[in-house]
Each structure stands twice: as C-alpha cells, then as structure tokens.
Design a protein around this ligand. Sequence first.
Ligand code: VGL
Ligand code: ZN
Length: 206
Amino acid sequence: MKALLVVDIQNDFLPHGALAVSDGDTIIPTVNTLMQHFEVVVASQDWHPADHSSFASQHTGQQPGTVIDIEGTPQILWPDHCVQHCSGASFASGLDVQRFDHVVRKGDDRRVDSYSAFFDNDHARATGLDRWLRDHDVEEVVVCGLAADYCVKFTVLDALQLGFSTTLVSDATRAVELEEGDLDRALEEMRSAGAKIQDHEAVLAG
Ligand code: VGL
Ligand code: ZN
C-alpha cells in the first residue's frame, strides 16, 4: 500500500503567515489533486505550545534565524508559529481536509523541536506515524507539503531510514530558504539518501 504524506500545510506557513514560505499556497491545488488518487492520506500538523523552546521569543535577546544550543542540540530559532488551537496552526483553507485519513501532531513537547513527522529532532520520541503506517500495510510513501528544507526533508529522510520506499513530489513543495541554495541542498540530500524526486504528473502516471 502507498500513502500520501501531506506535511504541515498550515496557515502560518502560507504567505502572510508567521513563518511564511514563499508561494506556499500555490501547491494547494496540486496537493488536492494528488489526494484524490491515494487510498491512504496522512497529514502532519506542527503543533507547538505557546512557550515552545524553538521560538526566539522564549530566549532573551535572541532573534529568529539565530542558531542556539538547547541541551546539546543546535536549534534554529523561529518566530512564534503554529501555536496549538490558534488559527496559524489550522490547515490551509482550500486544502481538502476531508481526504485526511489520519493526522499526526508534532512539536508539542516544549523542550524539543520536531521537524520530521516521524520523530522529535533528537529521535528520542516517535510520533506514532511509523506504527500507524505499518498497521495500514503501507510500504511506500509519497511526500508533499511545507517546508522542503525543514519538515519535508526530515520526514523524507526518516521515512527512508525506516525502510519506506519514498518519493518527494517536486512541484507540491516549497522551501523556507533562510539561505539561498537551501532548497537545492535539501533536494540533493534527499536524493542521495535514496528518495525519488518526481513532479505530480509523473507520480500519478507511475
Ligand atoms: C517547519 C520550521 C519550524 C516546517 C516547522 O514545517 O518546515 N519549519 N517548524
Ligand atoms: Zn515548528
């Protein structure tokens, strides 16, 4: 069985959102089309407490974009985003959420960030997505959503490591690009770890 993983298509990652991804909204029609062709669709939702340690606002004198050390792990500081139960954390309007079979919330432990939909960044805690996919006989995942250089990338890398055959949909993702070239580097990292990278037409044709 093949599953579509729809990563973090939430208001705060759309243009005008707290952590806006350029053109993040433009992938929504493509994602809706993809969802119509998959028997299993799982969405992830970045879901932070208001005092999450990845927020620059929690560290006196620090600005978003700075990297600090939190308990031995480097952490990029972000603007406050995807705060639990706030509108920024809601799925984008226009996204066919009725197609979701399952939603995985992540980043709810204030002490550690969770880019991947499978594990917290320190890999100490699983979200339950691996278990859910195996319980539904999923062996292959197709990944789309936001953002290509963070949550999408780490979801793809973990999926590969867990043994799922993994494809990234190149025209159904967009990147934050804190630094120019981050998208290209992320694509190369995913490709060299074993991910297939295809546009949605190739995915639907295959
Ligand atoms: C994300 C940064 C912080 C993402 C989430 O969804 O890519 N990026 N939290
Ligand atoms: Zn986040």
